[in-house]
Design a protein around this ligand. Structure first.
Ligand SMILES: Nc1ncnc2c1ncn2[C@@H]1O[C@H](COP(=O)(O)OP(=O)(O)O)[C@@H](O)[C@H]1O
Ligand SMILES: [Mg+2]
Length: 332
């Protein structure tokens, strides 16, 4: 699926999204939790960029920063070349229409007092689209996502998990967006339903020329859909490559461990199975040097004293590891 160089649609430059920590009786500012720490990468128009990493590594915070649901401390988010963090007025209205989200289905995510018609039409109503046009568009969207018109007057709780996720997708599509942040969109669904929803996302991408940031902790799901994949660890981007290269030749020990944990992972046969031991360290007090060194079987002195920069270890394949070349030899 990997695509040649294309035009950049969205670019993160040195993005830092920190949460303030307070302590003591006066709740004074005592430090920062660096949920996203100096992350830079670009997403091309029409591609699916997968973002993976263990829970707590900052994927959702990164997605929410793009959606302007979190306020980054520093950095830029360029959408079609303009910084969306600095946008206001009509530019902001346009961005809110162009960038939409699909979240993990939770029972609380759809308002139980709204029927299907108003759930899907809500975004259009907010944008001031009139009743007749809204109804026509809603009926069209229902077909696009594989729901039925007879269901228009039903309420959210009357739908299955897979159907609710289709409603979420229709809501996201209502404003004809260009870019969609899909944060664990199938993680709450049964396996059989997962593939239906993934196929739908893939079809919609072709039909409407969408660009996705696809966030997931399940690497097999990401591989299926993604053109390129970024791996995060403790707020940092530690590897970035085409899905093909990343899965065939992971250069960062952390990525190797993640891949090795995928059940029945065929590509890892012949390679020693790597067990990730220990928990992810606290992002409040991350390790010095390489954030992964406390769990890495290849760590040496330099890993504690110097942070490995994300560097191009092969054309279009980036890894943040002092021993990316050696890591490869060991895994092969
Ligand atoms: N609103 C918040 N306030 C304080 N800390 C937060 C907040 N949201 C997330 N975090 C912390 O930021 C880190 C990254 O979280 P998150 O982005 O949800 O990771 P992921 O989506 O990869 O599981 C975690 O340590 C989490 O506890
Ligand atoms: Mg998350």
């Amino acid at each position: 699926m990997s695509r040649p160089e294309g035009e950049t649609l969205l670019e993160l430059r040195g993005l830092r999204t920190y949460f303030p920590l307070h302590s003591g009786p006066l709740r004074r500012l005592s430090g920062w939790l660096k949920a996203v720490d100096d992350v830079s990468f670009a997403i091309r128009r029409g591609e699916t960029f997968g973002l993976v990493g263990e829970s707590g590594c900052g994927k959702t915070t990164l997605g929410r920063s793009i959606l302007r649901l979190e306020r980054p401390q520093a950095g830029e988010i360029l959408f079609e070349g303009e910084d969306i963090l600095a946008a206001g007025g009509t530019r902001l209205t346009t961005i809110r229409r162009d960038i939409q989200a699909i979240f993990q289905d939770t029972h609380g995510s759809l308002d139980p007092r709204m029927n299907l018609r108003s759930l899907i039409g809500e975004g259009l109503a907010i944008q001031g689209v009139g009743r007749a046009e809204r109804d026509a568009r809603v009926e069209q969207l229902i077909e696009v996502v594989g729901l039925r018109r007879e269901h228009l007057d039903r309420y959210a709780h009357e739908f299955s998990g897979g159907q609710r996720q289709r409603i979420g997708i229709a809501r996201a599509l209502a404003t004809r967006p260009k870019f969609i942040v899909a944060d664990e969109p199938v993680s709450a669904l049964d396996l059989s339903v997962q593939s239906q929803v993934l196929n739908l996302l893939s079809d919609l991408q072709k039909e409407f020329g969408l660009t996705y940031l696809f966030i997931a902790h399940d690497l097999s799901v990401v591989e299926y859909l993604s053109d390129r994949v970024g791996v995060m660890y403790l707020g940092r981007l530690v590897e970035l490559a085409s899905a093909e290269d990343l899965y065939a030749d992971p250069r960062m020990p952390y990525t190797q461990a993640l891949l090795s944990a995928v059940p029945g992972s065929e590509r890892m046969t012949g390679r020693p199975r790597i067990l990730l031991t220990g928990d992810v360290p606290s992002p409040i007090t991350p390790p010095s040097g390489c954030p992964f060194r406390t769990r890495c079987w290849m760590a040496r002195d330099i890993c504690a004293s110097a942070r490995p920069e994300l560097r191009e270890v092969e054309p279009n394949h980036w890894a943040a590891c002092h021993f990316a070349d050696e890591a490869r030899a060991k895994a092969a």
